[in-house]
Design a protein around this ligand. Structure first.
Ligand code: SF4
Ligand code: SF4
Length: 468
């Protein structure tokens, strides 16, 4: 029984969201920073440019949801091709598993849209408001005409870029030239306006304000990727053995005589970190693997005349065993990686082969359910079918329809169907058979639909003929 004289034990409620202080990343240059910009340029050139690329008289990449057709260069994909979308998702997931197991958060640090847009927005912020010390000072200062001007300029540029991003995104679902013409004449539809604003505001909010909070609290990939890590996964790591004990030092006394490691505790690695963490505390969920701290620390090491790499790309095992770079590379070929690679590349090859040999014609056959079979005036047994044809190419085609599979099976007349480019159509077909010795019941037959000028484009579909 609890003693009523004792005060109750108070259990503190722990919040799952910690409101962090604003992070003011310091600008940095270096090898990895250059690579980050290379990837930022490449991804953004593709994103902003691809939707303007013409192809076969239309947009090269267009996801036309109204017409239920996806155009990807030479391919016209229909809802029936949803399997390719499913395969693409599986391939993306496998690629993430594979790359995360081998190289940790390389995707997050270099190509994730959240990181790339944060980097671009930060670059704009630095150009307008200055580097870390100036930005901290500006935010702490009372409002003035100068502060208002700087803030308004920054948000103005951010908003323009965000709206352009939203517009570009919508341009993958609505022909972007039509969208641009409508925007110029202020005649965008309600939905187009909504989606441009929606994606624009999402970009503005995520890259301008949420930043590292997205990675810490919202991104599901960030939450579960540690499951895929193992001691041989590449990570950005601080070499504690070499760096500790850390501390400031006199240049007049030899470093070893001061009993210090290589870390001079300058905190520059923390100041450049876009998520505001200290890599010297070990591997953390917040670390997006951007390597800004590597560039920063290498510069400090150069100034101190110490070897580079106090913070470097390494693995837990390599740090523990002091392994060389070649050992890290050799250990990247471990069974788990080989299995992921085998599955990923097999599926990739199968998908590529399937796309390369894909026939741009789809045929669906339905039996006429009104009458299973009728007897014609000539005494023949007739079944009716509805053939749904899709011309999945970008040229008009004519298709001849024939039927096989039973003795004496035929169509009452030669049948040809013409379809415009990237179009579908349905045709009702009567099939006749002499009853002869054919037993009652259902019998397998085959329809052949063949392009009259290109025999490569031929589809054979099975159906059933009902004999009363
Ligand atoms: S930048 Fe390098 S030397 Fe400076 S605190 Fe970080 S780890 Fe230590
Ligand atoms: S700790 Fe280093 S690698 Fe990780 S997010 Fe910060 S700067 Fe980038």
């Amino acid at each position: 029984m609890p003693d009523p004289r004792k005060p109750p034990r108070v259990i503190p409620i722990q919040s799952l969201f910690a409101s962090d202080a604003k992070v003011y990343p310091r600008s940095i240059s270096g090898v990895f920073q250059r690579w980050r910009w290379v990837f930022a340029w490449l991804t953004q050139i593709v994103f902003y440019g691809l939707c303007w690329l013409p192809w076969n008289g239309r947009q090269a990449v267009l996801f036309d949801l109204d017409a239920r057709r996806f155009y990807v260069f030479d391919f016209v994909l229909w809802p029936q091709d949803i399997i390719y979308l499913a395969v693409l998702l599986v391939l993306s997931a496998l690629a993430l598993f594979l790359f995360t197991t081998v190289a940790g958060r390389l995707w997050c640090g270099y190509t994730c849209p959240q990181t790339v847009y944060t980097e671009i927005f930060l670059w704009i912020e630095q150009r307008i408001e200055g580097d870390r010390p100036q930005r901290i000072k500006l935010d702490a200062a009372p409002w003035s005409v100068r502060k208002l001007g700087l803030k308004a300029s920054k948000h103005g540029v951010w908003l323009m870029l965000s709206l352009w991003t939203g517009f570009t995104f919508v341009g993958y679902f609505t022909p972007i030239r039509d969208l641009a013409a409508a925007a110029m004449t202020l005649s965008l539809s309600g939905w187009e306006t909504f989606w441009v604003l929606f994606y624009g505001v999402a970009t503005y909010g995520n890259a301008g304000f949420m930043r590292e909070q997205m990675c810490k609290y919202i991104c599901p990939y960030a939450q579960f990727q540690f499951v895929m890590f193992d001691p041989d996964t590449l990570i950005v790591a601080y070499d504690e053995t070499r760096g500790e004990p850390r501390g400031g030092r006199s240049k007049k006394v030899a470093q070893r005589d001061q009993g210090l490691g290589d870390c001079i505790d300058c905190s520059i690695c923390v100041q450049v970190c876009p998520t505001g963490i200290d890599i010297r505390d070990g591997l953390q969920l917040e670390c997006i693997g951007c390597a800004a701290c590597i560039d920063a620390c290498d510069q400090v090491m150069d100034k101190m005349d110490y070897p580079r790499g106090l913070i470097r790309y390494s693995t837990e095992n390599a740090l523990k065993t002091r392994s060389s770079r070649s050992t890290i590379v050799r250990r990247s070929m471990r069974p788990r990686v080989l299995i992921y690679s085998a599955v990923f590349f097999s599926l990739l090859a199968a998908t590529a082969w399937s796309l390369a040999t894909r026939v741009p014609l789809k045929v669906d056959i339905e039996r006429d359910r009104a009458a299973l079979a009728v007897e014609t005036s000539e005494g023949l047994i007739e079944n009716a079918y509805r053939l749904q044809l899709i011309n999945a190419s970008e040229q008009p085609r004519s298709f001849a329809i024939t039927v096989h599979g039973l003795a004496g099976i035929h169509l009452p007349e030669r049948l040809e169907v013409s379809l415009p480019a990237a179009a579908s159509g349905a045709v009702t077909v009567q099939v006749r058979v002499e009853p002869g010795e054919l037993s009652g019941g259902s019998h397998p037959i085959r329809f052949t639909v063949a392009d009259t000028s290109d025999p490569q484009v031929t589809v054979v579909e099975e159906a059933r003929f009902w004999m009363p």
